[in-house]
Ligand binder design. Structure first.
Ligand SMILES: [Zn+2]
Length: 241
């Protein structure tokens, strides 16, 4: 086989291998990403919960403040009651006093209600914190496992890159540039096998004359339809014979 063609096929094979390792890496990282996502959503829930707690506390303290004001009002009423001259005035103050006491009672009920809500929310918060801690522990353990697996892939990649660099250095620079040019639009399928006498890059049929030239492998032949470099895999050749 033509040496340049052989090199092109080998270069493309190495690059395809690198490409194949990408989904492998994604697959290895997947469980870790899932846990990180879970942690993030738990933290978002916690943030929202803390905001809710803050709001309930604010409502509670508003009621406490209004009780304080109502108590001062009651004191005022009491002082006035000592000074009133008519029964009518006294009655009016009595009504005011009753109203203030009712308001205090209402505010106290509200405070009790808010305290119950706070208790529930605090409980929820504690559970969330526990869940976050658990998830963080899982992340730590998973990371050890993921890093180990990634390291193996990284070694494979290094080996492929080493071979690729070596090959590129040995290659004719013009042939390499020619390949890079096709790769710009064809990507990793810049060198593509003929399958069932069709270019596997564009799926168009290759005529008998070109097909037999490709089988000979004496020179670099590109697909007349799409321009990718063609070759025939050994298995395909055996089938032809
Ligand atoms: Zn083609």
């Amino acid at each position: 086989m033509n040496k340049f063609l052989e090199e092109l096929i080998e270069l493309n094979r190495l690059e395809r291998k690198l490409e194949e390792l990408k989904p492998v890496e994604t697959g290895i990282k997947a469980p870790l990403n899932k846990l990180e996502k879970k942690k993030k959503s738990l933290e978002e829930r916690l943030e929202k919960l803390e905001e809710e707690i803050k709001n309930v506390k604010l409502k509670k303290s508003k009621n406490e403040l209004s009780i304080q004001e109502l108590k001062e009002k009651l004191q005022n009423i009491e002082e006035k009651q000592h000074k009133v001259k008519s029964e009518k005035e006294f009655k009016a103050l009595q009504i005011e006093e009753e109203l203030a006491r009712e308001q205090i009672e209402g505010a106290n009920d509200e405070i009790a209600r808010f305290e119950k809500i706070l208790e529930q929310k605090e409980e929820e918060k504690q559970e969330l914190l526990k869940e976050i801690e658990k998830t963080e522990a899982e992340i730590t353990l998973t990371k050890v496992d993921v890093d180990k697996k990634l390291e193996t892939v990284e070694k494979q990649k290094e080996e492929i890159y080493k071979n690729k660099d070596k090959l590129i250095k040995e290659m004719n620079p013009n042939i390499y540039r020619f390949y890079e040019k096709i790769k710009r639009w064809a990507g990793i399928s810049a060198v593509t096998p003929i399958k069932k006498q069709a270019c596997s890059g564009c799926n168009m049929r290759i005529n008998d004359k070109i097909f037999s030239e490709v089988i000979k492998g004496e020179e670099i032949i590109t697909c007349p339809h799409c321009g990718r470099v063609l070759f025939v895999e050994k298995e395909e050749l055996n089938e032809e014979k």
